[in-house]
Ligand binder design. Structure first.
Ligand SMILES: [Zn+2]
Length: 178
Protein backbone atom coordinates (compact mmCIF):
# COMPACT_ATOMS: atom_id res chain seq x y z
CA UNK A 1 0.00 0.00 0.00
CA UNK A 2 1.35 3.40 -0.93
CA UNK A 3 1.03 6.09 1.71
CA UNK A 4 2.78 8.82 -0.19
CA UNK A 5 3.13 9.51 -3.88
CA UNK A 6 6.32 10.96 -5.25
CA UNK A 7 7.42 11.81 -8.77
CA UNK A 8 9.34 8.84 -10.10
CA UNK A 9 12.97 9.69 -10.76
CA UNK A 10 14.23 9.20 -14.29
CA UNK A 11 16.13 5.96 -14.76
CA UNK A 12 19.24 6.48 -16.87
CA UNK A 13 20.73 3.83 -19.12
CA UNK A 14 24.15 2.69 -17.96
CA UNK A 15 26.75 3.01 -20.71
CA UNK A 16 28.99 0.04 -21.37
CA UNK A 17 32.66 -0.36 -22.11
CA UNK A 18 34.11 0.78 -24.56
CA UNK A 19 32.04 3.97 -24.56
CA UNK A 20 34.68 6.76 -24.70
CA UNK A 21 33.02 8.69 -21.84
CA UNK A 22 34.25 5.94 -19.48
CA UNK A 23 37.87 6.77 -20.33
CA UNK A 24 37.58 10.52 -19.72
CA UNK A 25 38.46 12.47 -16.57
CA UNK A 26 35.23 14.05 -15.31
CA UNK A 27 34.93 17.83 -14.98
CA UNK A 28 34.63 19.22 -11.44
CA UNK A 29 31.09 20.04 -10.32
CA UNK A 30 30.86 23.77 -9.59
CA UNK A 31 27.11 24.44 -9.36
CA UNK A 32 25.22 23.01 -6.37
CA UNK A 33 21.61 23.67 -7.28
CA UNK A 34 18.23 21.95 -7.55
CA UNK A 35 19.12 20.27 -10.82
CA UNK A 36 22.18 18.67 -9.18
CA UNK A 37 19.91 17.32 -6.39
CA UNK A 38 17.56 15.95 -9.03
CA UNK A 39 20.46 14.31 -10.86
CA UNK A 40 21.68 12.71 -7.61
CA UNK A 41 18.20 11.27 -6.95
CA UNK A 42 18.10 9.92 -10.50
CA UNK A 43 21.52 8.34 -10.05
CA UNK A 44 20.42 6.49 -6.92
CA UNK A 45 17.30 5.21 -8.67
CA UNK A 46 19.28 4.22 -11.77
CA UNK A 47 21.82 2.40 -9.58
CA UNK A 48 19.13 0.47 -7.70
CA UNK A 49 17.35 -0.35 -10.97
CA UNK A 50 20.62 -1.81 -12.31
CA UNK A 51 21.23 -3.75 -9.05
CA UNK A 52 24.43 -1.84 -8.31
CA UNK A 53 26.02 -0.56 -5.11
CA UNK A 54 27.83 2.31 -6.84
CA UNK A 55 27.25 4.47 -9.90
CA UNK A 56 29.48 7.22 -11.27
CA UNK A 57 28.24 10.05 -13.51
CA UNK A 58 30.37 8.94 -16.52
CA UNK A 59 28.41 5.66 -16.43
CA UNK A 60 25.28 7.56 -17.43
CA UNK A 61 27.21 9.54 -20.04
CA UNK A 62 28.00 12.59 -17.90
CA UNK A 63 31.69 13.39 -17.63
CA UNK A 64 31.52 14.95 -14.15
CA UNK A 65 33.10 14.39 -10.73
CA UNK A 66 30.01 12.89 -9.13
CA UNK A 67 29.26 9.43 -7.81
CA UNK A 68 26.75 7.72 -5.54
CA UNK A 69 27.36 4.63 -3.41
CA UNK A 70 25.09 2.52 -1.22
CA UNK A 71 26.68 -0.70 0.01
CA UNK A 72 23.47 -1.56 1.92
CA UNK A 73 21.46 -1.41 -1.34
CA UNK A 74 18.78 0.96 0.04
CA UNK A 75 18.43 -0.77 3.41
CA UNK A 76 20.40 1.58 5.67
CA UNK A 77 19.80 5.31 5.14
CA UNK A 78 23.22 6.37 6.44
CA UNK A 79 24.95 4.15 3.88
CA UNK A 80 23.68 6.34 1.04
CA UNK A 81 26.71 8.36 0.00
CA UNK A 82 26.88 11.23 -2.45
CA UNK A 83 30.45 12.11 -3.37
CA UNK A 84 31.10 15.22 -5.41
CA UNK A 85 34.64 16.19 -6.47
CA UNK A 86 35.97 13.35 -4.27
CA UNK A 87 39.61 12.73 -3.51
CA UNK A 88 41.27 9.84 -1.70
CA UNK A 89 43.40 11.44 1.02
CA UNK A 90 44.62 8.35 2.86
CA UNK A 91 45.00 4.64 2.10
CA UNK A 92 46.07 1.73 4.29
CA UNK A 93 46.77 -1.96 3.76
CA UNK A 94 45.56 -4.03 0.85
CA UNK A 95 42.72 -6.37 -0.05
CA UNK A 96 42.18 -8.60 -3.06
CA UNK A 97 38.54 -9.41 -3.89
CA UNK A 98 36.42 -10.06 -6.93
CA UNK A 99 34.93 -6.98 -8.50
CA UNK A 100 32.28 -6.24 -11.07
CA UNK A 101 31.03 -3.10 -12.81
CA UNK A 102 27.66 -2.06 -14.25
CA UNK A 103 29.54 -0.91 -17.37
CA UNK A 104 31.11 -4.39 -17.77
CA UNK A 105 28.15 -6.72 -17.22
CA UNK A 106 29.01 -10.32 -16.25
CA UNK A 107 32.73 -9.60 -16.06
CA UNK A 108 34.21 -10.35 -12.64
CA UNK A 109 37.89 -10.36 -11.72
CA UNK A 110 39.99 -10.16 -8.59
CA UNK A 111 41.37 -6.67 -8.08
CA UNK A 112 43.89 -5.46 -5.55
CA UNK A 113 42.77 -2.38 -3.64
CA UNK A 114 43.68 -0.58 -0.44
CA UNK A 115 42.01 -2.16 2.61
CA UNK A 116 40.99 1.19 4.11
CA UNK A 117 40.62 4.61 2.58
CA UNK A 118 39.75 8.08 3.73
CA UNK A 119 38.00 10.25 1.16
CA UNK A 120 37.34 13.97 1.12
CA UNK A 121 34.34 15.10 -0.95
CA UNK A 122 31.54 17.64 -1.25
CA UNK A 123 27.88 16.83 -0.67
CA UNK A 124 24.89 18.04 -2.72
CA UNK A 125 25.02 21.38 -0.93
CA UNK A 126 28.70 21.84 -1.71
CA UNK A 127 29.84 21.21 1.89
CA UNK A 128 33.11 19.32 2.33
CA UNK A 129 33.10 16.17 4.46
CA UNK A 130 35.26 13.12 5.02
CA UNK A 131 34.26 9.49 4.90
CA UNK A 132 36.32 6.47 5.88
CA UNK A 133 35.68 2.98 4.61
CA UNK A 134 37.06 -0.50 4.91
CA UNK A 135 36.35 -3.79 3.14
CA UNK A 136 33.44 -3.42 0.68
CA UNK A 137 32.99 0.32 1.22
CA UNK A 138 36.73 0.92 0.70
CA UNK A 139 36.52 -1.08 -2.52
CA UNK A 140 33.42 0.79 -3.72
CA UNK A 141 34.99 4.18 -2.95
CA UNK A 142 38.13 3.30 -4.92
CA UNK A 143 36.18 1.74 -7.82
CA UNK A 144 33.82 4.72 -8.18
CA UNK A 145 36.52 7.38 -7.80
CA UNK A 146 38.50 5.53 -10.47
CA UNK A 147 35.49 6.01 -12.80
CA UNK A 148 35.71 9.78 -12.30
CA UNK A 149 39.31 9.59 -13.50
CA UNK A 150 38.56 7.47 -16.55
CA UNK A 151 39.82 4.23 -14.98
CA UNK A 152 37.96 0.89 -15.04
CA UNK A 153 38.70 -2.12 -12.86
CA UNK A 154 39.98 -4.01 -15.90
CA UNK A 155 42.75 -1.39 -16.06
CA UNK A 156 43.93 -2.73 -12.69
CA UNK A 157 44.30 -6.42 -13.59
CA UNK A 158 47.16 -8.15 -15.34
CA UNK A 159 47.57 -7.64 -19.07
CA UNK A 160 46.92 -11.33 -19.69
CA UNK A 161 43.65 -11.28 -17.74
CA UNK A 162 42.61 -8.06 -19.44
CA UNK A 163 43.20 -9.60 -22.85
CA UNK A 164 41.00 -12.54 -21.91
CA UNK A 165 38.27 -10.16 -20.74
CA UNK A 166 38.49 -8.11 -23.93
CA UNK A 167 38.30 -11.27 -26.01
CA UNK A 168 35.14 -12.29 -24.14
CA UNK A 169 33.62 -8.84 -24.74
CA UNK A 170 34.45 -8.92 -28.46
CA UNK A 171 32.75 -12.31 -28.72
CA UNK A 172 29.66 -11.01 -26.93
CA UNK A 173 29.62 -7.94 -29.21
CA UNK A 174 29.84 -10.16 -32.26
CA UNK A 175 26.83 -12.16 -31.04
CA UNK A 176 24.89 -8.97 -30.31
CA UNK A 177 24.92 -9.78 -26.60
CA UNK A 178 26.84 -6.72 -25.36
ZN1 LIG B 1 32.10 0.47 -12.25
Amino acid sequence: MATKTKDAAKIHTVVKYPDPVLAKVGAPVTVFDASLKKLVAEMFESMYAAQGIGLAAPQIGLSQQLTVIDTSFNKVAKDKLVLINPEIVETRGKQVEEEGCLSLPDIREKVQRAARVKVKAQNERGEWFEVEGEELLARALQHEIDHLNGVLFIDRISRLKRELVLRKIRKLQKNGEW
